[in-house]
Design a protein around this ligand. Sequence first.
Ligand SMILES: [Zn+2]
Length: 233
Amino acid sequence: MSIAKMLEYQKLDRELYLLQKDFYAFQKNEKFVYVQNTYKDKMKSLPEFNKEFDDLVSQLNELVQKLESLEKQKVDFESNFDNFTAQEDFEQYQEMLKSFEDQLNAISRETARISKKMTDISYDNKRVLEQIENLQKQITQYQQVLIGKQKEMMIKAKPITDELQKIAKGIDQEMLKKYANCRKHRFPVLMPYTEEGNCSACGMYVKIEVDKHLSKPGDYTECPHCRRILFKQ
Ligand SMILES: [Zn+2]
């Protein structure tokens, strides 16, 4: 297999690579990644709101039960009102009444506190839902732009890939497979081996490992460090 044919392939492939690179950069656009991550975080917070709200509802239910039991105690207590005659009975009655009132006030304050928290949570929840809706709109818009960009890229890429297929007919299939695998991670794939014994891509000294495979110009082998295809010039 001639390395020249492969280099011709890579030269044209660079145009395709640059088109794809532009597209991937757009896809990984910082602002869009931020919007997506924010969207995910907001979605995650929704069940937390629900949980917090449910907790408050159960706290409120407990207070209602407390109130009912207190009312019942009070009714029972008042029904004994006729039974006392002495002054100290009356004082004890006053004290008990005061204690009921204090407990009722405490329940009332607690109820007000929980109600306020529920209102706050509902408000926050509503705000987050609005934010989610807004983020969803931004994501949809971006995705439409992305689809447009992708189409644009594919139109530009078509003549290049057609030409690449033609060149590929003159190249060994195994070599093409190796090239394609390497290209997934790095470009360019084919790099010259230097006279000093280094890979001209990663710069590592690889003479000991590769020199034996590269006896004449056009020979090629894999760089043990960056996995590119090294060829002898
Ligand atoms: Zn290398």
